[in-house]
Design a protein around this ligand. Sequence first.
Ligand SMILES: [Zn+2]
Ligand SMILES: [Zn+2]
Length: 298
Amino acid sequence: PQVCQPPLHALLAVPPVELREADLRLVWISHIHADHHAGLPSVLAARQQVLGEGCPPMVVVGPRPLQYFMRRWAQMQPLQYRFVDARETAEGGMQARAGRFIGNAAHAGRGVVDMALSAMRPPDPANKEAVDAAAAALGLEELQSVEVVHCAHSFALKVRHAAGWSLVYSGDTRPCKRLSDAARDATVLIHEATFDDGMLEEATAKKHSMTKEAVQIGEDAGVYRTILTHFSQRYPKIPVIEEISAPRVGIAFDLMSVNFADLPELPHLLPALQVMFADENLAAEAETDETTLFSAEP
Ligand SMILES: [Zn+2]
Ligand SMILES: [Zn+2]
């Protein structure tokens, strides 16, 4: 049997809430579906409570629709934040995209070009300064949003730390080349695995990934550890992946925290987690018809 060092409870430690929120320097949101951003106002409010007067604005990098949500929320509850459109942190930034868009629109006439220009106003230079400062405080040499295939304005995140490690988070997406390229040789790839293997039709229709696709992307990209997350509510805890030989794969669940120093041990947790959640998975299977009623588009 495999012996885990350090013990399970240490690997899965969750820091105290107050500490976590006071230490936050930057929040990055992948896309506008509620399961990815609805908790943001309460996190910002809790942080303001911990830090009190003079709480500096939190840098929030996210999809453009999030800005509307935040503005409306801030009318009800004062929130200290600076919103940065994720496109401003994409490769080439907003300007490269604006250039392509205007180039295409040029064929359609002057009015369309004017519209394109006004829709793509140059970003506030203070946004880049705020992101750079937060990244530097976190020891990050790179922070890049990567467009992925889900709803409009959906992104993955790539960060590279000065110590040498890198982390890529898929957000919600179908497998796509931009994400695979970003994940090349990453230390950790956190990839969504919404659907079980064999559910290609559902995965394609809802623009999500299947477990085996997520595992394969990590393998092909030479990733050191792939951590699967965002499991369908059909299996509320962990996916069924016995059939897959996945020696480099770990599984995430809500509030799980992983120390990078413990990454070598991560795959060894898989059998233990499958035993821990075996009963709940069986119960979920029995209730499949009822639970699908509640699986709103995630
Ligand atoms: Zn989701
Ligand atoms: Zn989604």
